[in-house]
Design a protein around this ligand. Structure first.
Ligand SMILES: [Zn+2]
Length: 160
């Protein structure tokens, strides 16, 4: 939990090694039920749902700028995660478009596209952001996803 605009200690959020604070990143918060609803929408309507999904997420998301310190090792790990997620997403959209054109194998191609999208979606939720926003309001940001070595080095929240 931190105030908006505050800086984190200069240690990796995964392993607590000394790390640069990094560039300010925009953290997004979107209600988990909205995320589930979007996933269901995509499974039913496939590529047709992409634009409504994008619009809804733009309206309902909350954002905060946070500098998240990560060491070199964990930075590279995250990069591979991002590459994998983007590749899977591109593959599922490509297959969706292919299925829309191909009448012979349409159903099975749609199914494969949907399955790949689900995997990419889950990967994006779990690893897409360095830290997940649990709550964002005007003054505070509550983040989850940091690992115990880093968390143990922080002060306890006096409110509990
Ligand atoms: Zn690390």
């Amino acid at each position: 939990m931190m105030r908006k605009g505050a800086d984190m200690p200069g240690r990796c959020i995964h392993c607590n090694e000394i790390a640069e604070p990094g560039k300010p990143r925009r953290i997004l918060y979107l209600n988990i039920w909205l995320q589930v609803a979007m996933l269901l929408l995509f499974l039913v309507f496939n590529v047709l749902a992409l634009i409504p999904i994008l619009i809804v997420s733009l309206i309902f998301r909350k954002t905060a700028k946070v500098r998240i310190p990560v060491c070199g090792k964990h930075r590279r790990k995250r990069l591979w995660m991002t590459v994998t997620t983007v590749t899977l997403l591109a593959a599922s959209i490509g297959l969706g478009v292919m299925a829309a054109r191909d009448s012979a194998y349409q159903d099975s191609i749609f199914l494969i596209a949907a399955a790949i999208f689900v995997v990419a979606f889950v990967l994006a939720i779990i690893r897409g952001q360095l830290l997940r926003a649990k709550k964002i309001d005007k003054e505070i940001v509550i983040l989850g996803g940091a690992k115990p070595p880093f968390l143990d080095s922080l002060a306890e929240y006096p409110g509990h």
